[in-house]
Design a protein around this ligand. Structure first.
Ligand code: XIL
Length: 379
């Protein structure tokens, strides 16, 4: 039944999208006029946004930029504010692209998120050479103070610390932990708060719907709060698959993080439809090889059955988010359309994934409509 419903809607979508003129002529939408965009549909509930690649805010991809302007009201830079890009050498910052990103967001009146200040990945190599606590403290002061200070009053929220936890909930061994101990966490939040007292400050991580990691995250945040850190929200990255995590686990994370007095966000939402190498039983090396049919089953296109299943997964998730709209402040997709999803190249390079709600031609997928439809039936 649902399948037929989605297929019908999918067939009608091009009409819906090209219908501004028809509506103006008074033909369509007389009774049940749907919200025209995702941002509009969810405006009373939470921000909805996307991570942008460089081409989306520099004018290189005008169609992509138009889609972003039309559908989203918050943006996050996918890579350009990461340490290796924004602070590649101890004495040099690269602000040209970040400045353009912020200008694009401001020109379109968007909620701007900075990603990310302290992370062990995509780190500039020179930081790995810092050996002592005082040295690292000075590095953090310069890094956080300079970047957050530059965009003070302009970037609304920062992923201050990204992925500080192991899967068992213990603290990940990074150059920051190794030099400064756990104190680096509080120091990072303090420095960000000092550089922009108005900005929201977040902890952001993946697998936060796994019980052990969630529990470790809660303990870590409690310690930060007890030490007096200003932390405003937690970002559940939400790199999800078709079967996991369960909505029950997502709900537990939402309610347990909210119970800490924090805003909860899905910050990097995508739903892969491809098999993960770690799900594959046995040790058939060919199965994980780039371009293997087994690991890359939809290179020629996404079957309707999978598109429908994905739409249902997105629908269930957004239904849950609406149930908790009092504590959910933002949902950001990790990419604008399927062609721009990092999952095409991770964890196996060169595959064809379909993680997002716009397809490679930037047309809305069934997943898009399932999310929009929720707002139509339940305004
Ligand atoms: C990813 C980007 O999407 C890729 O383009 C890049 O090559 C690697 O990083 N967690 C994060 C994001 O916090 O910054 C990562 O983004 C995905 C996982």
């Amino acid at each position: 039944m649902k399948t037929i419903q989605y297929l019908l809607i999918a067939a009608m979508l091009p009409l819906a999208f090209g219908c501004q003129q028809e509506q103006a002529d008074g033909e369509a939408g007389a009774t049940d006029t749907p919200a025209a965009t995702l941002a509009d549909a969810y405006a009373d509930h939470f921000y909805v946004g996307a991570a942008l690649a460089v081409e989306h805010f520099t004018g290189e991809n005008e169609r992509g930029a138009a889609l972003v302007r039309e559908q989203f009201n918050t943006i996050t830079p996918e890579n350009i504010m990461k340490w290796m890009h924004i602070h590649p050498a101890a004495d040099s910052f690269a602000f040209e692209l970040p400045d353009q990103f912020v200008a694009f967001g401001e020109a379109n009146d968007m909620h701007l998120v900075g990603h990310t200040l302290v992370w062990h990945s995509q780190l500039a190599p020179w930081v790995q050479e810092v050996t002592d606590s005082a040295g690292m403290d000075a590095v953090l002061q310069d890094h956080i103070g300079t970047i957050v200070g530059r965009y003070r009053g302009r970037i609304n929220g920062w992923d201050v610390v990204n992925e500080a936890l192991n899967e068992d909930g213990s603290l990940r061994e990074t150059i920051f932990l190794n030099t400064m101990g756990e104190g680096y966490l509080k120091r990072a939040f303090d420095l960000a708060a000092a550089a922009d007292p108005e900005a929201e400050l977040y902890y952001n991580d993946y697998n936060l719907c796994q019980p052990a990691k969630r529990a470790g995250c809660i303990e870590m945040i409690k310690r930060l709060q007890a030490a007096g850190a200003k932390i405003d929200g937690v970002g559940i990255q939400a790199h999800f698959s078709m079967n996991g995590p369960s909505l029950e686990e997502v709900e537990k994370s939402i309610t347990e993080f909210a119970a800490l007095g924090l805003k909860v966000m899905l910050t990097e939402l995508d739903i892969t439809v491809l098999p993960a190498p770690w799900d594959v039983q046995g040790a058939d090396v060919n199965r994980t090889a780039e371009g293997s049919d087994f690991m890359n089953p939809y290179a020629a296109g996404l079957p309707d059955s999978v598109a429908v299943a994905q739409a249902e997964r997105y629908e269930g998730l957004f239904r849950l988010l609406l149930d908790h709209e009092d504590v959910i402040s933002r949902v950001t997709f990790w990419g604008v359309d399927d062609g721009h999803s990092w999952k095409n190249n991770w964890p196996i390079p060169g595959r064809t994934d379909y993680t997002l709600i716009f397809d490679r031609n930037q047309a809305p997928k069934m997943a898009y409509d399932s999310i929009m439809m929720l707002k139509r039936v339940d305004p």
